[in-house]
Design a protein around this ligand. Structure first.
Ligand SMILES: [Zn+2]
Length: 213
């Protein structure tokens, strides 16, 4: 099957991208002619690395949601809040917009990211028939949205800093703060480490074939 020019891949033209400086070089060159980095074809081991990071992130979700993420001591009485009860307390206090931000940043975003990455990695590993364009769009959204999930930790650190200025209240980040930060870090790394070009090579759906025909 001859490919239309607009659907040609770099590898069809013997072109490879330099991973360091992003210059497109000819396959015949062993090293990038601009920065000297060794040119590599697809990084197949990146799927395993991304799966490993993603599974670690999924495991970290358990302690992140189970243990308290904030501990507030008020007049000698300690109140511990998990991510979920913290959101409920915020609603009780009538701070609905903050509750919405907390819900999006600490529950919706991490779960969507993990589910999205599982779909994406499964599509490559098991050759699932999903259209490439939809997957690529989803992947860019996952990458973009990820940076906002640190918002929750930002809220906790601000609370700790502000509350500790008074003498009667004491606020501390709970044991769930570390696994939560790790969930964000590992999902972000999983998205970064993956060689997205593998998607273009492996997943060929009917939808894509029609476009290429
Ligand atoms: Zn280079």
């Amino acid at each position: 099957m001859t490919k239309k020019v607009e659907y040609l891949q770099g590898s069809d033209l013997d072109l490879l991208i330099c991973h360091t400086c992003k210059k497109v070089c000819h396959r015949a060159l062993n090293d990038c002619d601009r920065c000297g980095t060794k040119l590599r074809d697809r990084d197949h081991s990146s799927i395993q690395k991304a799966w490993a990071l993603l599974i670690t992130a999924a495991i970290m979700l358990v302690p992140a949601n189970y243990y308290p993420i904030s501990i507030i001591t008020k007049q000698g009485k300690e109140t511990e809040d998990t991510i979920f009860t913290g959101i409920l307390h915020t609603i009780d206090l009538g701070m609905i917009p903050i509750a919405i931000i907390l819900f999006i940043a600490s529950i919706l975003v991490p779960w969507l990211k993990i589910l999205g990455l599982i779909t994406y990695l499964s599509a490559i590993s098991f050759n699932l028939p999903l259209p490439k364009r939809v997957l690529m769009k989803g992947f860019h959204i996952i990458e973009w949205i990820g940076r906002w999930s640190m918002l929750d930790l930002c809220v906790i650190s601000l609370t700790v800093a502000l509350v500790n200025m008074g003498q009667l209240l004491d606020a501390q980040a709970g044991p769930a703060a570390t696994p939560f930060a790790l969930v964000i870090l590992f999902t972000q790394l999983a998205a970064k480490v993956l060689d997205t070009r593998l998607l273009w090579d492996k997943v060929e759906t009917e939808h894509d074939s029609k476009r290429n025909a």
